[in-house]
Write a protein that binds this ligand. Structure first.
Ligand code: GYE
Length: 329
């Protein structure tokens, strides 16, 4: 009853104030304010690159640095020189530097949980660029890069076409325990399972470098000689090293021994034009623009997909000369 009377009194008062042209003071309800969106000029991005092992990596690094420059982003770029401990240290340095976000191409898949957790505790999001890491999903916001498994499958499909489903293959594997080496290895075998006359007679790591590719191919040739009819190289650089080894052995690369590699950088196109490489499966290193776009979205609290795949094709010698001038890496 009392409340009823109080309410009536209140409405009478409000009516009176209204007629007098006064407004009662409004209660301020805290609004969910939308924070001002950051622009490229406001952010500091850290990047922990794994090294400089290949033509692919050189193009990748250039893409990251040039894009940052063009967008006016402050980029803290660290190169781990092919060493996981150094790459972990690089992430720690970037945490101390309080960057807004860290991009990293993890050299190998395992061993990242601890340092990624440290970044998370410091409130710094991580984007995996190019290579995945085997960590819990909440330790990174997104993976931007290729489908390495599909690249391996495509390499096997093309190899089957080239050899009529009959081959004695030697395989030059990428860096042991790296995501691209693991998946290119598996994807290739998945398809090979359907071809009983295609056999992998030797498989060893060439660490994604030209020098190691050449050395390992020399060893394969000394051990297996003319038994070898095909080479599957997990990247162009190792294939180019293998081409030198095959020539030194007095054989014709691309003819006596069919060769397929992954990356499709300019060196692979030149080798295809020279008739020494039979196919190149594309893996795109120009990830700079997509990376920074994704990074800014993350910093501004937008939801991003857990995997942003890059678009890729397959190239052959017949139109390599026509395509080469259009290649950006
Ligand atoms: O294929 C190889 C490089 O991680 C996709 O690393 C990358 C691979 C690329 O060394 O050339």
């Amino acid at each position: 009853m009392k409340t009823m009377r109080a309410l009536l009194a209140l409405s009478a008062l409000l009516l009176l104030l209204g007629t007098l042209g006064c407004q009662p003071t409004q209660t301020v309800v805290p609004q969910a304010t939308s924070p001002v969106k950051k622009t490229y000029a406001d952010v500091i991005i850290g990047y922990a690159q794994l090294g400089a092992e290949s033509e692919w990596r050189a193009a990748n690094t250039t893409s990251i640095k040039e894009t940052a420059d063009q967008l006016g982003i402050e980029l803290h770029f660290l190169d781990a020189q092919q060493n996981q401990d150094k790459q972990i240290e690089a992430v720690r340095k970037l945490i101390v530097q309080k960057v807004d976000l860290i991009g990293i191409s993890p050299i190998v898949e395992t061993g990242w949980s601890e340092v990624f957790q440290e970044a998370k505790n410091a409130g710094i999001p991580i984007i995996l660029v190019d290579r995945r890491a085997a960590v819990q999903e909440d330790l990174y916001v997104s993976y931007l890069g290729s489908d390495f498994l599909e690249e391996g499958r495509n390499a096997a499909r093309v190899m089957a076409d080239l050899t009529g489903g009959k081959a004695q293959i030697v395989e030059l594997v990428g860096t042991i325990n790296s995501a691209p080496a693991n998946d290119r290895y598996r994807g290739f075998r998945e398809i090979l399972a359907d071809y009983p006359e295609m056999e992998i007679i030797a498989s060893e790591t060439g660490d994604f470098t030209r020098a190691r590719g050449r050395e390992v191919m020399e060893k394969f040739l000394n051990e297996h000689g003319s038994e070898i009819t095909a080479v599957y190289a997990h990247n162009d650089d190792m294939a180019l090293g293998a081409i030198t080894a095959i020539e030194e052995h007095g054989l014709k690369p691309g003819v006596d021994i069919k060769i397929i590699s992954i990356d499709a950088a300019r060196g692979a196109f030149e080798a295809m034009i020279a008739g020494k490489l039979n196919a190149a499966i594309e893996c795109n290193p120009l990830l700079g623009p997509q990376f920074f776009e994704l990074a800014l979205k993350v910093i501004n609290g937008e939801t991003v997909p857990k995997w942003v795949p890059s678009e890729e094709g397959i190239f052959f010698p017949f139109d390599a000369a026509e395509i080469l001038p259009t290649r950006k890496y």
